[in-house]
Design a protein around this ligand. Structure first.
Ligand code: C2O
Length: 536
């Protein structure tokens, strides 16, 4: 293990990733931010400096466990207050017990979708067998993109009587680029648009195998990703290696990651399109997406075709058979078997949106709407409260009374490691990528409509592990419209951990709740002074 240092400087400026000029945010003057690459066991030391003119910022390390360093999880209002303009924070933590494909992003409002994001890769010797399946690797960031600053869209979204009609993206990007047809905007639109015809090009040697690390760094849209004429072999989902599973199209929702192996075994006389098609059918709003299919190019090296000319490449004709939902998790079998231990605690979490005349478009999680605490964090409130012997506030089965009424927080135990089942129940017509901080969870069951969980539990809890041995473990899963998923995690990680829909609009609408794990350990932990000092 070694210590790896990075500097991330957050600034604002103008950019034109797809040719349309807009105000956006940058890391070290670039978008997307730099690749952070470490080995399992390394210490990662990252100095984040905020050069924004008005707003605070944070960086969250999406998917990293932060075991023992909850205060570096980067979640505004939960684990830290924002880094104010002109100030820095030194994030300093080790990466243990995990490896694979992750990313980092601002967790302050909707800020990440203006540009504060980048990939984070963790290598480990445990990948030795998987490495025999490929010769090289590339990172592929796929995301939706808006031509207005996020707060402009947010203001239009969180208004009364909106019926949860989200802002729809204008375009998509692959590794921070794509093409946009400027004539989509009338000359008097006030937009500056360069018709630059730029695609990201992946140049690969013929007859080689490439691990593509796919990350959906977007705000809202699920994509179907495919490469003309090529089958993709899925080998990783959110840090879990799986037995290779071939697909033509891979659905990837916001904040999810997959690794797929691409073998360059087709004709060398043409280039091939990578297509990232937004699942616009999952959107509830009726504004059309200006450009719902984003393209990039696979070019075999030695091919004389001038990039990006694509001659005979053929899109897969099979149906888009998975819409607004994940690839069936039972198709992805972890290579390293882990049977979930029996659950000790169960929560049912229902969510929906305020609808109807004069209703603000806010989300409800068991009747509560999250908003970050003003000048504190749930972590500080919990540590200080517990330190004063107020552990009784943290009931095992309910909302924590010490917090403002809008904070739905459940405490998972004062004295032992709980194994927590959460039934996430959607009462909404959209599809929602739910992310749990600080843990991976097993996906035990999913379904639509009603689920007789009382009967299910009376037969399996607490003595049996449940029907699904070696179920897929990941950190972000899609809840289908009016459907549910039952997940299980081991709450062995002291801290306050968000469970939320990763659609940026929904998070700001309050679709977030928190778990407090290991209160007994938490109360003896000391939040570093520089983190505490951000809350003034
Ligand atoms: Cu990508 Cu709350 O995180």
């Amino acid at each position: 293990p070694t210590t790896r240092h990075y500097d991330l400087v957050i600034s604002e400026g103008q950019g034109w990733p797809d040719g349309v000029v807009r105000d956006m945010l940058f890391i070290n003057g670039q978008f997307p931010g730099p690749l952070i690459e470490v080995n399992r066991g390394d210490r990662l030391v990252v100095n984040v400096t905020n050069y924004l003119s008005k707003n605070s910022t944070t960086i969250h390390w999406h998917g990293l466990f932060q075991n023992g360093t909850n205060w570096f999880d980067g979640t505004t209002g939960v684990t830290q207050c924002g880094i104010p303009p002109g100030k820095s924070l030194l994030y300093n933590f080790t990466i243990d017990n995990q490896f694979g494909t992750y990313w980092y992003h601002s967790h302050y409002g909707t800020q990440y979708l203006d540009g504060i994001l980048g990939p984070l890769i963790v290598h480990a010797p445990e990948e030795a067998d998987a490495r025999k399946l490929y010769d090289q690797e590339r990172v592929v960031l796929v995301q939706d993109w808006y031509h207005d600053f996020s707060t402009v869209n947010l203001g239009n979204y969180l208004v009364p009587d909106n019926e949860n009609s989200e802002p729809v993206p204008d375009n998509g990007l692959i590794n921070g680029f794509s093409y946009f047809n400027c004539s989509s905007y009338p000359p008097d639109s006030g937009r500056t648009c360069f018709d630059n015809n730029t695609y990201t090009v992946f140049t690969l040697d013929p007859n080689t195998r490439t691990r593509l690390r796919l990350i959906n760094t977007g705000a809202f849209a699920e994509f179907q990703l495919s490469i003309d004429n090529h089958t993709l072999s899925v080998i990783e989902a959110d840090g879990t290696l799986v037995n290779p599973y071939p697909v033509h199209r891979l659905p990837i929702h916001v904040a999810q990651r997959y690794s797929v192996v691409l073998t360059t075994n087709q004709s060398t006389s043409t280039n091939y399109w990578i297509r990232a098609a937004m699942n616009t059918a999952c959107f509830t709003g009726d504004n059309p997406v200006l450009d719902p299919t984003t393209m990039a190019v696979v070019s075999y090296s030695g091919n004389n075709t001038i990039v990006p000319a694509v001659n005979s490449s053929v899109d897969w004709k099979d149906a888009y058979d998975v819409i607004c939902e994940d690839l069936d998790p039972s198709l992805l079998v972890p290579t390293s078997r882990a049977v979930p231990p029996p659950a000790t605690t169960f929560y049912r979490v229902d969510f929906s949106f305020g609808i109807g005349a004069y209703q603000l478009d806010y989300a409800k999680v068991n009747g509560t709407t999250w908003a970050p605490l003003g000048n504190s964090t749930t972590l500080i409130e919990a540590v200080d409260g517990l330190g004063q012997g107020e552990a009784g506030k943290f009931g095992v089965t309910g909302q924590v009374s010490a917090f403002e009424s809008n904070q739905f927080v459940v405490g998972t135990s004062n004295s032992s490691v709980e194994v927590v089942d959460v039934l996430i129940y959607s009462l909404d017509e959209g599809s929602h990528p739910f992310h749990l901080h600080g843990h991976q969870f097993w996906i035990l069951r999913t379904g639509s409509g009603s689920f007789d969980w009382k009967n299910y539990y009376s037969s399996i809890m607490p003595s049996k592990p449940g029907a699904v041995e070696n179920a897929l473990r990941r950190d972000t899963l899609t809840i289908k419209p009016y459907a549910w998923s039952l997940i299980r995690f081991v709450a062995d990680n002291p801290g306050l951990w968000a469970l939320h829909c990763h659609i940026a609009w929904h998070m700001e609408a309050g679709l977030l709740m928190q778990f407090m794990s290991r209160a007994d350990v938490l109360k003896t932990m000391r939040i570093p002074d520089d983190v505490r000092a951000l809350c003034v």
